[in-house]
Write a protein that binds this ligand. Structure first.
Ligand SMILES: Cc1ncc(COP(=O)(O)O)c(C=O)c1O
Length: 385
């Protein structure tokens, strides 16, 4: 599969230069088609009862396995969740806290990975903040805030507004050394880089599919490291959380539910009925990325990022993204005196980016082209105050 074939999947690319994947990405045509077909089949099945939905059920199941491959996990470690924030909440409320326990987050996080933890203050848990310095949070800065009372360290693998990239392997060693858990918000990294939860020592990872995975909204995944699945129980429960024998008995025979006996395995954390049509789309989109090759995707994005950064520096823009290649990925943010005017000029020229944290965020995916970036830089040069 080459870039041209991939670009054909996104009609928007014919009229716009889309550099906004850190926001909401366009859906590939193949995902839209699959979702439409599924809905048609479902309607047919409901009216005639003789359409086999097995193919679609397998596709939904396969979405777990594709996601697992993208992050180096096993599908038995992946739960369906509606979005990233839901998964972070789930983890925040299943961990064990004692008097004086704390959790550590930082000022580079998107609000989901902050409020989730702030809510714990209502239960007496302390929240320690690492304050970023110039858009960076170093290992030493984290170390200063982690102590023997730390239960969890919450990290966005790639920073949502400036692309700051954490060294999760080093962080997890430190976190585990203190007996704490590493909780990762990965919606800005899964789909744009190769991830290996085992190598990086990630305990929990939460991710929606509508950004870099090119999926629809309403489909997300929560990774829970194998040996933690049985160690904990979900803080909220649904049918899947319950021992299947009890479910059957209480549905088909009669009420006999005076005690909560959990099901085994990752399904116990799946308390919301899944949005089936979204997972059909997500499966197609994620396979597109997997077929192109996640290493290739990562390389391409790096090339594009380098082109953008070089160009911005040459024109004289100030970056909110670290320049060091090891410390950034996918997302670039630059400051300009007149954000509004710059944005309007980009919009007028069909370039889609976002205004974030006092600057402009550019987030290209692997199918963006050199000449699209040339055009972006040309406009930015012309509007530079
Ligand atoms: C880093 C990060 N985490 C979480 C979210 C919210 O994700 P969701 O809608 O899947 O809960 C966003 C959305 O912009 C984000 O950038």
């Amino acid at each position: 599969m080459n870039i041209r074939n991939v670009r054909d999947e996104f009609p928007i690319l014919k009229s716009k230069i889309f550099l906004n994947h850190a926001s909401v990405s366009p859906l590939p045509l193949r995902s839209v088609e699959a979702m439409k077909k599924f809905i048609n089949d479902k309607v047919k099945a409901q009216s005639t009862q003789n359409v086999d939905l097995e193919f679609w059920k397998n596709k939904i199941l396969n979405s777990k396995s594709v996601f697992a491959r993208l992050i180096g996990a096993r599908e038995e470690e992946i739960a369906y969740i509606p979005n990233t924030t839901f998964g972070l909440n789930m983890v925040a409320h299943l961990l064990p806290y004692e008097h004086g326990s704390n959790v550590v987050t930082n000022t580079l996080e998107y609000l989901s990975n902050v409020i989730t933890w702030l809510k714990l203050r209502e239960e007496g848990v302390e929240v320690h903040f690492v304050r970023d310095v110039n858009g960076r949070v170093s290992l030493d800065m984290l170390r200063e805030k982690i102590d023997d009372k730390t239960v969890a360290v919450a990290i966005g693998q790639v920073g949502w507004y400036n692309g700051f990239r954490h060294d999760l392997r080093a962080i997890s060693e430190m976190v585990h050394g203190k007996g704490a858990f590493l909780v990762v918000d990965a919606i800005q990294s899964v789909g744009n880089m190769k991830i290996d939860v085992k190598r990086d020592g990630i305990d929990f990872l939460s991710c929606g599919t509508y950004k870099w995975l090119l999926g629809p909204q309403g489909a997300g995944f929560l990774f829970i490291k194998e040996d933690l699945i049985e160690e904990f129980n979900p803080p909220i429960v649904g049918e899947n959380s319950l021992d299947p024998n009890l479910v059957e008995k209480n549905i088909y025979e009669g009420f006999d539910l005076f005690e909560l006996k959990y099901s085994r395995g990752i399904g116990k954390y799946e308390v919301v009925h899944m949005n089936d049509v979204s997972y059909i789309g997500a499966e197609e989109s994620m396979r597109l990325i997997l077929n192109f090759g996640i290493e290739r995707v990562e390389r391409k994005i790096k090339e594009i990022d380098d082109q953008i950064i070089e160009g911005l520096l040459e024109i004289g823009y100030e970056l909110q993204t670290p320049i060091d290649e090891e410390e950034r990925h996918a997302i670039i943010n630059f400051k300009t005196k007149d954000v509004e005017r710059t944005l309007n000029e980009l919009i007028k020229n069909g370039i889609v980016v976002s205004r974030r944290m006092g600057g402009i965020r550019v987030s290209p995916h692997f199918y963006n082209m050199r000449d699209e970036i040339d055009k972006l830089l040309e406009i930015l040069k012309a509007v530079k105050p």
